[in-house]
Design a protein around this ligand. Structure first.
Ligand SMILES: [Zn+2]
Length: 261
């Protein structure tokens, strides 16, 4: 993206890509939107005259959509957005409730965790890949891939490669500690009382997803039991470290909900 021109000494006009996280009407004709941008992180913008048919606003600006924006970065909280053009509206999210819930959760967790103007292009591209993947892959798989990657790049960094206590190899008979934020080897597990046992397949799947880029990461095919365990690990981690209850998301099967309730 390039700087278009210098409007004044303090105010540059910028062009950037962004996902609409949330929007609300402002007075009769305007919209205020929370947007996750590629180069500026999370911003709030006002689109003045959005409902008066301005030709600069060709996007319907719905939640989930990816748009190109032109705006004026300022020190104040709400930036003036002068142009919005729709790039992708992910049509399946308008008709498929489970996928729409998963996408809504992606946007919600990004909005809650990422501070305003905290630039993280990896988060932007993760959103882009995950929204696209929801068109073609089961939502549960896209959800756990998104969560493992989001926790890793947003600073929570769950440890899935070594024992979080002794840094040794994980080996057999391992466990997961939500409080410590990672997997625990057999020896350390015997000494701690806050671990739940996890299988080797779950451990290697968590590690593989953490290390593998899109689109290859979507080729992973864990067994249903392993997927349940991955979701259990993530649910515990997120409840402990982010205080977010994943069970309310309700995109899992009833069996899963019963087993781990
Ligand atoms: Zn250990």
């Amino acid at each position: 993206m390039t700087v278009l021109k210098r409007a004044s000494d303090e105010c540059m006009i910028e062009k950037d890509l962004g996902f609409v996280l949330r929007r609300s009407n402002f007075r009769d004709t305007s919209v205020i939107a929370n947007i996750y941008t590629l180069r500026f992180g999370r911003i709030a913008g006002i689109l003045k005259g959005f409902y008066s048919g301005k030709r600069e606003f060709t996007s319907p600006l719905e939640v989930f959509t990816l748009n190109e924006f032109v705006f004026y970065p300022k020190k104040r909280e709400i930036w003036l957005v002068s142009f919005a053009d729709l790039l992708c509206d992910y049509p399946i999210l308008r008709t498929d409730l489970a996928r729409s819930r998963a996408a809504g959760f992606f946007l919600n967790i990004v909005e809650r965790v990422m501070q305003p103007w905290d630039v993280n292009s990896q988060v932007f591209f993760l959103l882009k890949e995950s929204m696209a993947a929801l068109q073609d892959y089961p939502q549960t798989k896209v959800l756990y891939v998104f969560l493992i990657k989001f926790l890793t790049i947003s600073g929570f960094k769950p440890e899935f490669n070594h024992c979080i206590h002794c840094r040794g190899e994980l080996g057999e008979d391992l466990g997961f500690s939500a409080a410590k934020g990672g997997l625990v080897c057999g020896k350390c597990r015997a000494k701690s009382d806050d671990c739940r046992s996890v299988t080797g397949e779950t451990s290697s799947s968590l590690s593989y997803i953490q290390k593998t880029d899109f689109p290859q990461v979507l080729r992973i095919r864990p067994t249903p039991a392993c997927e349940k365990e991955i979701m259990y690990v993530l649910r515990q981690f997120i409840a402990y470290h982010l205080d977010i209850d994943l069970s309310g998301l309700n995109i899992e099967s009833k069996t899963w909900a019963r087993q781990y309730a």
